[in-house]
Design a protein around this ligand. Structure first.
Ligand code: PAF
Length: 297
C-alpha cells in the first residue's frame, strides 16, 4: 500500500493508472476509520480495479476550534486498517497541502445545502464541497463512494458534480449500524457511556415513523411527532432538528406524504456528569416511501 502526501504525486499516479486502463475508486474520509468506512471500501472494490482512500481532517468544515480539536485522530491505526482492507493507496496530505495557500476559492453548494445541517452549521457544506472537489481533482477517480448516513452531504456532492460536469460517478453506500441500531460514526467514541446507551433513541425514532407510515399514517406532522416522542424519551438528548424533506431535492414535503421523503435527525447528547465532556451531535436518517407503504397494505 502506498501512502501519498502531495496532490502532484497523486495526480501523476492517477494519470499512469488511467493510461494503463485501471479504474480508480476514491473513498474520501476524515480518518478515525470504523466498519462504516470499511463498507465503503468494499463497495469501491466491487466496482473498481484500484481503491484509494483519502484521510484528511478538513479544518474548514468544523463548527468551532473546540469541535476540531476533539475530533479523533488515529493515523497509525487508520493506515493499518487500510492495509488490512487491501487498499491500494492512502492519500494523507498535511493541512497546508489542502488548505494552506487556498481559502480564496469556494464551491457554494446551492439548494441542497440550505436546510437541515446547512441551517445549523453555516458554511459547513461549502467547506465540504470545496475539499471534495479538491480531492476529486487530485485523485481523478472514475467513481467516489460516500456513506448514506451523511445523506445531505451526498446530495450536495451529487449536485456539485452534476453542476460542474465532473466526469465521476458518485456512489452512495448504506449506513452500517451497531447491534442496537446506532449508526456508526467517528463521533460515537466521544459519547459518555450513558449518552451512548440513550443514543439508540435515534434509530427508534426512525423505526417509529417508518412503522407509523406502514400502518397508514401519511400526515407529515404526525410522523414527525412519532419520531420526536422517541427522542424525547432520552433525558440526555437535545434536538437540533427532526425534519421531513423531499428525498431528492431536500425541499419541503407536502402535508400528506406522496413522494419519498427523507426523515432527517440531528440530536445533541449531553453528558450526565458536569464537566465530564461536552455534548456530542449525532445525525441519522431514513427515506420513508409512502408509495411502498400503500402497495404493501
Ligand atoms: O464525510 C466525511 O468524512 C467528510 O465530510 C469528507 C467527505 C471526507 C470531506 O471532508
Amino acid at each position: 500500500m502506498r501512502v501519498i502526501g502531495t496532490v502532484a504525486e497523486l495526480q501523476a499516479l492517477a494519470d499512469r493508472e488511467r493510461a494503463a486502463g485501471a479504474k480508480i475508486a476514491l473513498v474520501p474520509t476524515m480518518g478515525a476509520l470504523h466498519a462504516g468506512h470499511l463498507s465503503l471500501v468494499d463497495v469501491a472494490r466491487k466496482r473498481a480495479d484500484r481503491v484509494w482512500v483519502s484521510i484528511f481532517v478538513n479544518p474548514t468544515q468544523f463548527d468551532s476550534a473546540d469541535d476540531l480539536s476533539r475530533y479523533p485522530r488515529t493515523r497509525e491505526q487508520d493506515l493499518q486498517c487500510c492495509r488490512d482492507a487491501g487498499v491500494d493507496v492512502v492519500f494523507a496530505p498535511e493541512c497546508d497541502e489542502m488548505v494552506g495557500s487556498a481559502g480564496q476559492t469556494w464551491i457554494e453548494a446551492g439548494e441542497p445545502a440550505q436546510p437541515l445541517c446547512g441551517r445549523s452549521r453555516p458554511g459547513h457544506f461549502r467547506a465540504v464541497a470545496t475539499i471534495v472537489v479538491k480531492l476529486l481533482l487530485a485523485a481523478k477517480p472514475h467513481l467516489a463512494v460516500f456513506g448514506e448516513k451523511d445523506y445531505q452531504q451526498l446530495a450536495v456532492i451529487r449536485s456539485v458534480v452534476r453542476d460542474l460536469g465532473f466526469d465521476v460517478e458518485i456512489v452512495g453506500a448504506p449506513t452500517v449500524r451497531e447491534a442496537d441500531g446506532l449508526a456508526l460514526s467517528s463521533r460515537n467514541v466521544q459519547l459518555h457511556p450513558e449518552a451512548r446507551r440513550q443514543a439508540v433513541a435515534l434509530v427508534r425514532a426512525l423505526d417509529a415513523a417508518e412503522g407509523a407510515l406502514a400502518s397508514g399514517e401519511f400526515d407529515a406532522a404526525r410522523l414527525l411527532q412519532r419520531a420526536t416522542a422517541e427522542i424525547e424519551k432520552a433525558p440526555l438528548a437535545r434536538i437540533d432538528y427532526v425534519e421531513l424533506r423531499d428525498a431528492i431535492s431536500l425541499g419541503p414535503v407536502a402535508e400528506k406524504l406522496v413522494n419519498p421523503a427523507l426523515l432527517a435527525l440531528a440530536v445533541y447528547f449531553d453528558s450526565p456528569e458536569r464537566d465530564a465532556g461536552r455534548a456530542v451531535r449525532l445525525i441519522d436518517n431514513r427515506v420513508l416511501d409512502p408509495r411502498r407503504a400503500v402497495s404493501s397494505r
